[in-house]
Design a protein around this ligand. Structure first.
Ligand code: PA5
Length: 447
């Protein structure tokens, strides 16, 4: 059984247990459809049994490439966007020392590029790479995405200029489609080490493929434990598991019951700054999977207690269209107590001897109670501690719940047709060959 717990008792003033249990049969059917590949988007279900099917040889190969990059590089730039970026960023941030950049470290610093089109960002990155030992992991499933392609063109040239064309080949790894796309052509021609993103795994479900695993291993984290945690959750969320014992089933049902009662925005809250990017990963997973056909819960996130001093007012008293899902870590990895102070000028001696996390937990409980009183139902998801195993559990928990939830909404959770609209306009505005008609039309519109 998994270590992860879902507590929805603080939604029960807003929905009833019967509202949740009403989804029981649908949830079971949806899990079966995910496993048997009989539902919408069934050509993108390779992630469903990914944790239990990754072979020891695949893991060993990823670890050996990571080891090679560790020997060659002080900094590794991971180039990618969306699903080719957020999973690795989420896990690395969650597991890293918050001040790693200021401390001596044995593993390369992993930094990211190609997740924006910032001229200053890329220029500043070029500046810090100069005179350092560095390498690149470039990730694009399609191999044609503009943002990472621009970053790679620039950083590849820098890498070759600094280390020579031959050595640059050893410093660059490409993760892309088996056959298609410009990145595949380029990687094969240059002779880079490559990994394949399976055809049947979409970007936002790809963190447990080399897309996430290679950067995470380079950063020095235990990918066997991460995959092991996910595999444990895979076992705990199958169609054979009793509804109330299946955390993904319960979470999917509760959020849909709340949505039906008009709670159209889910606010994922954390009480640990290391989880900021985990929430970004979650937002992509749910936003891109569910937000279509004019349907879907809008995924938003807040970092508490920081954002209680900015968004707290709205959450407490603004429009009552929210529900909140707290991701809570039961035990911190460090120990720090508040000292006593003889003068007590700050009046804090009532906290003397308490651990920082005890205060944090009371902030969490106090906030949950206040928000529930203010009309914001609360789901609490807890894991024992922040480590690879528990993060692996959390990742798979959310992925399976996303598939179930998307099927409850009756959308295809595995496509993203809406993402093309901005690209079409951007290419038209930039006069990309092949977009002549669109260019003329958009320029006419702007007159
Ligand atoms: O989830 C998705 O499919 C998207 O977010 C993609 O990951 C993102 O658009 C990047 O695409 P690609 O990996 O093809 O460069």
């Amino acid at each position: 059984m998994s270590n992860l717990k879902v507590d929805y008792s603080k939604t029960l003033g807003f929905i009833s247990k019967a509202d949740v249990l009403a989804y029981k049969d649908a949830v079971k059917q949806n899990i079966t459809a995910l496993y048997k590949q009989t539902g919408k988007g069934n050509d993108f279900l390779g992630w469903v049994n990914l944790p239990s099917s990754i072979s020891a040889a695949e893991i060993a190969d990823i670890k050996s490439t990571a080891q090679k990059m560790k020997q060659l590089c002080e900094v590794v730039v991971v180039i990618g966007i969306g699903g080719s970026y957020l999973g690795a960023k989420a896990v690395i941030d969650a597991l890293s020392d918050s001040f790693a950049q200021l401390k001596p470290h044995n593993n390369p610093l992993v930094v990211f590029a190609g997740q924006n089109i910032g001229e200053d960002y890329l220029t500043e990155l070029q500046g810090v790479l100069k005179n350092r030992k560095w390498g690149i992991v470039v990730i694009s499933k399609s191999g044609t995405t503009t943002e990472p392609a621009i970053a790679f063109r620039i950083l590849k040239a820098d890498c070759e200029a600094q280390f020579g064309k031959k050595e640059a080949v050893d410093r660059i790894v490409a993760i892309t489609d088996a056959k298609r796309g410009a990145l595949r052509t380029l990687a094969d021609q240059e002779g880079y080490k490559t990994y394949v993103i399976p055809d049947n795994v979409g970007g936002r479900f790809s963190v447990l493929t080399p897309v996430g695993l290679l950067p995470i291993a380079i950063a020095g984290f235990d990918i066997e434990q991460l995959v092991g945690g996910a595999a444990e959750m895979e076992k705990s969320t199958g169609a054979d598991i009793d509804f109330e014992q299946n955390p993904s089933a319960v979470y999917a049902a509760v959020r849909n019951a709340l949505y039906k009662k008009g709670k159209g925005i889910e606010l994922t809250a954390n009480y640990n700054p290391k989880l900021h990017f985990f929430a970004e990963w979650w937002k992509q997973l749910y936003g891109e999977s569910e937000g279509k056909e004019q349907k879907g819960i809008f995924p938003a996130s807040v970092d508490f207690t920081s954002d209680l001093h900015s968004m707290g007012q709205y959450i407490q008293q603004g429009q009552r269209c929210l529900f909140e899902t707290v991701i809570s870590i039961e035990k911190p990895n460090s120990s720090l107590q508040i000292p006593s102070d003889a003068a007590n000028l700050d009046g804090l001696n009532f906290l003397s001897g308490k651990h920082i996390d005890e205060v944090n937990k009371m902030a969490e409980l106090g906030t949950i109670l206040a928000h529930v009183d203010g009309g914001v139902p609360n789901i609490r998801i807890s894991i024992p501690k922040l480590d690879e195993f528990n993060l692996g559990q959390l990742i798979y928990f959310y992925e399976l719940a996303c598939g179930i939830s998307g099927y409850i909404l009756d959308v295809n959770p595995f496509d993203q047709p809406g993402v093309e609209a901005y690209k079409k306009n951007m290419f038209a505005l930039l006069d990309k060959p092949g977009y002549e008609a669109e260019s003329a039309a958009i320029k006419e519109k702007l007159k």
